[in-house]
Design a protein around this ligand. Structure first.
Ligand SMILES: [Zn+2]
Length: 79
């Protein structure tokens, strides 16, 4: 389990960035604490996205996984 965050608050107006990313704790793409929402301790990013979309159902189409976290696999390392 890991703490997951929504990396921006859908209820706040944002400056042209309409997509709200879901990231686990420790992701380098996470914004400062004031700009993120704790989704709780969840088993994986897929669940976290589901929780975020349910919580902000009127913005669900704008909520997606963080590219950094979702697309990386344990086999891929950037050396
Ligand atoms: Zn991330």
């Amino acid at each position: 389990m890991a703490s997951y965050y929504l990396a921006s608050n859908p209820n706040l107006p944002n400056n042209g960035c309409d997509i709200h990313r879901v990231c686990p704790e420790g992701c380098p793409n996470l914004p400062p604490p004031v700009e993120r929402i704790n989704l709780g301790d969840l088993p994986d990013s897929k669940t976290a996205i589901h929780v975020a979309r349910r919580k902000f159902y009127n913005h669900a189409h704008l909520i997606d996984g963080c590219a950094h976290c979702t697309n990386s696999t344990p086999h891929e390392t950037l050396n």
